[in-house]
Structure formats: C-alpha cells, structure tokens
Design a protein around this ligand. Structure first.
Ligand SMILES: [Zn+2]
Length: 426
C-alpha cells in the first residue's frame, strides 16, 4: 500500500522548511494540523487503458496558520489541471438537489428576487442550483471553469461562462453593468488557491446592497466529528466562522447572518454584504456560532490540537474491521466514489484486498478505477448481482439516502459499514 503518515522525525524536517506561507495573511506556516501522508488527486479516476501507467502523488499535509488561524493545504497542482476535466456532476444526488431547490425558494423570498434581479453563481457546475432560479424567471449567470459540466448547464437553460473566477472577471462583468443582487459561492471557497483575489472578486460582483452567500464544510464540525476525509488536494482551505469573517472583512465585506446546515457532515451558510451597505441587520446566529467556536477554543491554536490522534484511531478501527472480515471469508465492497474516498482509502492503506469494488450512480465514473487504490467502479446494480456481506458507505454524509436505496441487501443478511466518525456497523 502506498501511504501512511510520515515518521515524526521527517515530519519535523518538513515543518522546518522555509518559504511556506499562509494563502490569506502571508505568515509563515509552521504548525501541522494533521499530516495524512501522500495521496493522488482525488478526482483523477483511472480509465482501463491507463492502468499500466503511474500516478502522481502529493503530500496531504495540513497546516494551521498561527497568525490568522486559517487551516490550509499547500497548492501542488494548478487549478487548471485539477478542474478543467472535472468528472463531478452535481446533479446525481437527490438529497442535494432538494437542498438546492429549498435554498433558491428561501433566497427568492427573503431578498425579493424576481425578473428584475440578477443572480450569479461561482462554480455553477452543471446548473444543478441555478435551474431553480431559471424556473422562477430570475435572470442568472453561471461561472464554471470545467467545459464539460458547463455544457450540461447550458443544456438545462442555465447560461454559463467557462472561466475561472477572480477579481479580473468580476471587473469585466461589473464594467458591463452586470453586478448581482445575489452572488452564490457554494462549496467553492475551499477550492480556491488565490483566496484574496477570489474574495475581492466576490465583493466587486455585488450590487451596493447585494447579498453574498457562501457554503462550506464547518471546520468545527470536521474536528468534532472526525471528518478527516473531507481533506483532499482539491480543498485548499478549511474554514471556521472566525477565519471566514477575518477574510471577508479584509475585502470590505460584512457577515450579517449564518445558518448551520447538515450537508457535507455539517456546513455553514454565511450571508455577507458590503461593509458600507446600510441594509441587512446582523442576526443573533452570528454570535451563537462564534460562541460555539470559542467554546471549542478555535480562537487559539489549542483548539486544533488532538485532531491527528482522533484520525489515527479511525484508521486502526477500520483496517482492523476489514482485515477480520476478510479472514472470516466475508465479501466487502464499497458504495460511492466521492472525492473524499481517496483520502480515507490512502490514509488507511486500503486497496482491492480489503474492498473488492465500489459502485457509483454517475455513468462518468462507472467502468473506471479509483485513483491510487485502483478499486474498480461498477454501476450500483453490481451489488444486487454479487450479494456482498458488507457495504462500506464512502459518502457517509449521504448514508440515510444510500441505506434506503440499498435496503435490499438485508435480503441476504448484508450490512452497512459507516467509517466516520468511528466505524459503525448498521
Ligand atoms: Zn494566515
């Protein structure tokens, strides 16, 4: 197997290397949050004709900036290489689509969006979200760097620009008078290497009283619930509300509300507007979430210690379970091929010897192999045909939905294995 965490001594050497700087405040990064060893780019699914070739691995070493408390990975590969042929089509999860439809209805009502408004979404993917505004007659623009998914959006009637977003594009749009009443950045902030340029762009794209909403996995929940597999190369930064507010404020934005969501194992939806805007009073939710973070000591370096130990415990539990199941002649397979599975499998050193295959609903992944572990990906029906004893749910954030879809494995006594926050057999 390819990876385990680096030995302590080497770890210290790596940490002492100069020239590694915080992507927000520029301070030198010296404190390790967690070191998950080496891992390939998690969305680089392997096609059968590439099985004879090697793969690039990059260090998955996460740092905490001691100055601004931003948790972050170094950038090893350009965003162009990662996202230009991105295989992830957002429209393949039912519960996610419901979440998006509800969001659009809420925003339209709260901020009075209609045919005179303009909504822009950054990283709009295949139009999974903006389609609900289009149905309400609200003019939209999607901005999406991956040409294949942007085309799928256009087919849904969602106009999309195939561009990377930053201050330059925002200035172009603002110059054409195309500033927005609502700017949406859902699950994109983490994927931005040049954070300052990106947030500056968000500010430029807003109308004077426009609203920005950002959704991202909440670092507090990631630490509490041991969700270390949400760390992967495509996610450069991991945010608390404390660090997010600092970043937004540095670019003339003010947070006025925050909602705690269940998505992605516990996310935040942050509402911001221009600091100068007289609209949008600050709600008590902001102080509540900040209070939770302070209670967990996330306002000091202390709150970030201990995560690495927690993560190691999952590795021991999961590998022990899989090895024992194998010894007892049980057949174990996976469900799903999400990005996060790469981190879990590599950090734990799990390959085909422990998980025979996985399945995924996305036809873009079927017939391919998971990066690194080379576990084959089949259509979901393969489970019915091969009757495994255990199905490991890799996208554990969707476990209720998946268990409902796969209820039929009970017919032959099949069980589900949920790896995070600790190994659970259901
Ligand atoms: Zn910093």
């Amino acid at each position: 197997m390819m990876t385990t965490a680096l030995p302590q001594k080497m770890d210290d050497l790596v940490t002492a290397t100069p020239g590694r700087n915080c992507r927000f405040c520029g301070a030198q990064l010296q404190r390790t949050f967690v070191d998950l060893g080496m891992s390939p780019l998690c969305e680089s699914y392997i096609s059968p004709d590439a099985l004879g070739r090697g793969e690039m691995y990059y260090p998955l070493h996460v740092y905490l900036c001691e100055t601004c408390l931003l948790v972050q990975l170094e950038e090893f590969e350009s965003p162009e290489a990662i996202f230009s042929d991105y295989a992830y089509f957002a429209s393949f999860s039912d519960s996610w689509l419901k979440h998006c439809e509800k969001y659009c209805a809420e925003m339209a009502e709260r901020f009075g969006l209609g045919s005179e408004s303009f909504v822009a979404e950054i990283a709009s993917n295949d139009g999974y979200l903006l389609q609900y505004f289009v149905r309400k007659g609200v003019p939209v623009l999607g901005i999406e760097p991956a040409a294949n998914v942007a085309q799928a959006a256009a087919d849904k009637g969602v106009p999309s620009l195939v561009r990377f977003f930053g201050s330059e594009l925002a200035r172009e749009l603002a110059g054409e008078g195309r500033t927005a009443d609502l700017v949406i950045g859902n699950n994109v902030l983490a994927q931005v290497p040049d954070l300052n340029d990106f947030v500056e762009g968000l500010q430029i794209l807003l109308k004077p009283n426009g609203v920005l909403t950002l959704e991202f996995p909440h670092l507090l929940r990631m630490i509490e619930r041991n969700e270390f597999d949400t760390i992967y190369h495509e996610h450069f930064s991991y945010f608390s509300l404390i660090s997010t507010m600092k970043i937004l404020e540095a670019h003339g934005l003010r947070v006025f509300d925050v909602e705690e969501l269940k998505s992605h194992g516990g996310s935040l939806r942050v509402f911001a507007t221009r600091a100068k805007s007289g609209s949008h009073r600050v709600t008590s939710n902001v102080q509540k979430v900040i209070g939770d973070e302070i209670a967990a000591k996330l306002d000091t370096c202390e709150g970030y210690e201990g995560f690495a130990r927690q993560v190691k415990r999952v590795k021991v539990e999961l590998v022990e379970f899989l090895l024992k199941a194998g010894e007892h002649g049980k057949k174990t397979v996976g469900y799903g091929a999400p990005g996060k599975s790469a981190t879990l499998l590599h950090y734990c050193g799990i390959g085909k010897d422990m998980i025979e295959y996985t399945v995924d609903r996305s036809p873009h992944k079927q017939g391919k192999y998971l990066p690194g572990s080379r576990i084959p990906i089949f259509p979901p029906d393969h489970i019915r045909q091969t009757k495994p004893d255990y199905v490991v749910i890799l996208p554990w954030n969707l476990k209720d939905e998946i268990m409902e879809q796969l209820e039929f494995i009970r017919e032959w006594g099949g069980k589900f294995v949920v790896p995070i926050p600790g190994v659970t057999i259901l």
